[in-house]
Design a protein around this ligand. Structure first.
Ligand code: FAD
Length: 426
């Protein structure tokens, strides 16, 4: 499994999905690897409680040709799944200006192709990693179901499938009866139809990240927790200075995988990394009656509530709030989760077990193009020891291992395993 190429000391900054997966590919290449994180365990921020869907079939860019309507609703409708809470944030204006520049047919096609193809590559890397390490994270490639309550959302699904088919996505539209045959728990629900992507998958991303960190720790990768990272550009040393709890770190290369906080790290180097934190809300609820619960993950296309069965629990997520770095949440942020899921699968969950229900809010590291940032940063002194691996946004679980493989290629200065020329629009 492990190839010894030539050994470098590489420090990975961040122990989320992206950082730990990167550490795995670097370890596989034979490097001496250390991982630093400010929390006490891996996957303690955005990677803690996402929707757990490996949804490569839906890896579409957020800027669409008709985004104007969504933006207007985000500004004016407090019940919209996407909301702009801090419209005067200068950082959002900068990010939003670039975002809107992609909202046309030509860019939508270009970005869809890049993102869908990269996501397929990433899913295959994720599956290889799981097979090579033998980790159990409940990964199941049995397809995901995208349920359309209304005729309007079914029509949108038809349009989306036609668009995705141009880029090789395998997915089909299902009638109500066909969807019920796949998911009998929907038999009493009022809905128009669904789309089904048979190659999409699901798995517990926190379990994956923590198990992979444990696998690596046992094999010599050092994880240093409780370490707050900072950086400077040192004119004296003509390079980057990276510090953990103010102590300088020494390495041949650094990979920045700080998720949404990568923006602040870049700012310390006077760089404006195009990442905005887009808040989402996640709720994990015990399953009361498995016969009434979905057997696989999916999304309600009308409410945009995602669901995923994880053992005896159901993970529900929704919301995309442009509210800066705020990670707070209130009971009202979870009404959509309850209402949407209960009307789809009534009686499946135990909403009374309040001690076991876990609410959570976290920030997606979104770029304006919706493509991740995978590149080597060369400073004015010619120092190229910093590699960015961040900005996977709404789809970082799906993209974790493919991004990690490419980051390891950049560290080794070899041709990337996935051609990056189509991915450099950020
Ligand atoms: C509600 C929601 C649902 C989602 N659902 C899905 C899904 O179904 N499928 C999918 O593919 N993706 C999904 N995603 C996206 C996915 O969860 C993210 O893209 C992914 O978790 C990002 O991982 P990361 O490692 O970049 O960031 P993080 O997990 O946030 O990791 C960054 C790490 O850096 C550390 N850190 C930050 N700053 C510092 C510092 N200064 N010093 C030290 N350490 C620092 C943090 O502690 C953290 O551990 C979802 C996201 C949200 C919000």
């Amino acid at each position: 499994m492990r190839a010894i190429i030539f050994c470098m000391k590489v420090i990975v900054l961040g122990a989320g999905l992206i950082g730990v997966a990167t550490a795995y590919y670097l370890w596989r290449d034979g490097h001496e690897v250390e991982v630093f994180d400010r929390n006490d365990d891996a996957a303690s921020e955005t990677s803690y409680a996402n929707a757990c869907l490996v949804s490569a079939s839906r890896a579409l860019p957020w800027p669409t040709p008709n985004i104007g309507k969504t933006i207007w609703r985000a500004l004016t409708d407090p019940s919209a799944p996407m909301r702009i809470v801090k419209p005067l944030d200068p950082r959002l204006w900068r990010w939003g200006g670039e975002f809107v520049s992609y909202a046309n047919e030509a860019q939508y096609d270009y970005l869809s192709k890049a993102k869908l193809e990269f996501s397929r590559f990433c899913q295959s890397e994720l599956e290889s990693t799981i097979a090579e390490t033998g980790l159990d994270c409940g990964y199941r490639r049995e397809g995901l179901l995208y349920i359309c309550r209304s005729e309007a959302s079914l029509e949108s699904a038809r349009v989306r499938l036609k668009h995705c088919a141009k880029f090789g996505v395998e997915a089909k539209l299902l009638s109500r009866a066909e969807a019920i045959a796949l998911e009998p728990a929907l038999s009493h629900t009022d809905f128009a139809g669904a789309s089904f992507a048979p190659t999409d998958a699901q798995g517990d991303s926190r379990r994956f990240t923590r198990a992979l960190a444990a696998f690596l720790s046992e094999r010599g990768v050092v994880f240093r927790y409780g370490a707050e990272i900072r950086t400077t550009l040192s004119v004296v040393d003509r390079g980057y200075g990276v510090f953990a709890n103010l102590e300088p770190l020494q390495a041949d290369k650094f990979v920045v995988a700080l998720g949404p906080a990568s923006y602040h790290f870049a700012k310390q180097l006077s760089l404006k990394l195009p990442i905005y934190p887009v808040k989402g809300f996640s709720l994990t609820v015990p399953i009361k009656d498995p016969s009434k619960a979905p057997s696989r993950g999916g999304i309600c296309e009308d409410s945009l509530v995602a669901f995923c069965p994880l053992g005896g629990f159901m993970r529900l997520t929704t919301g995309a709030l442009f509210a800066g770095d705020d990670k707070n949440y209130h009971a009202s942020n979870f009404e959509a989760h309850h209402d949407s899921f209960e009307s789809l699968f009534p009686g499946a969950l135990d909403w009374k077990m309040s001690a076991e229900i876990e609410p959570w809010a976290c920030l997606r590291p979104m770029t304006p193009s919706s493509l991740p940032i995978l590149t080597t940063q060369v400073n004015q002194f010619g120092d190229g020891s910093l590699i960015w691996n961040c900005g996977q946004g709404h789809i970082g679980w799906t993209m974790s291992c493919g991004s990690a493989r490419v980051a390891a290629d950049l560290v080794a200065e070899r041709d990337p395993s996935f051609p990056l020329n189509a991915m450099q629009r950020c």
